[in-house]
Design a protein around this ligand. Sequence first.
Ligand code: DGL
Length: 267
Amino acid sequence: MPKSSQPIGIFDSGVGGLTVLKEISRLLPSEDLIYLGDTARVPYGTRSPKTVIRYSQRNAEFLMRLGIKLLVVACNTSSAVSLEVLRAQNAVPVVGVIEPGARKAVELTTKGLIGVIGTEATIRSGAYQKAIKRWAKNPVRVVSRPCPLFVPLVEEGWLEDPITKEVARRYLTPLKGKGIDVLVLGCTHYPLLEGTIREVMGPEVKLVNSASETALEVKGILESLGIRKSFGEGRRRFFVTDGPEKFKHLGKLFLGELPGEVDEIDL
Ligand code: DGL
């Protein structure tokens, strides 16, 4: 049985999962967090499910060796294709970002018309559609679209740039035209573009940030298992598979502060 004093493990294909770490830190400030960014193999969003599953298994094995009590798959692409495999292979609760985001979208829609954006691999997998249909009590329609240019634009730091706004208009205007009332930001990087996305979609479309919904799910699971750590200040450790300096630099954009010490490992 896991103990409350053990850390939570979080992995992502790179730096984007820090949006999930940030929300978990905010909601559960006493928890010790270990973050692994597979920066040597990023991006996952353009790869085949088979490859993403293989990378995800290695990430999980590394974190399990560090004695984690719960595993968070912060990467939407990895959550979309590898969650079942990771759940079957690891003896701790495994939380992905798709289910929490899908559940929130179902809760928020009044028209039953939900939009989902993500990487090519996430959208191709249909994972959000399936999860939304599973949670919905009334009929819902899901319209989705990959937005592959958003990841490099965010990593360039062009959050409010006119180019980013133009790209957002191209991607999102057709979705807006379909009359959706909820849009799921189904990629680690998209919460950083919330302002730009909101500008295109207008105030009547509600945006779902999978990162904050996932943090709520983690809290719920820890409490139901009686393994939430609720005293003291949580510690954070960061590991990457390549380029710790670049991770630190970009990490500031995602976290709002420098991630602290980052160790490079080989998987
Ligand atoms: N972390 C990925 C996701 O949320 C985006 C970056 C990538 O393609 O690896 O889908």
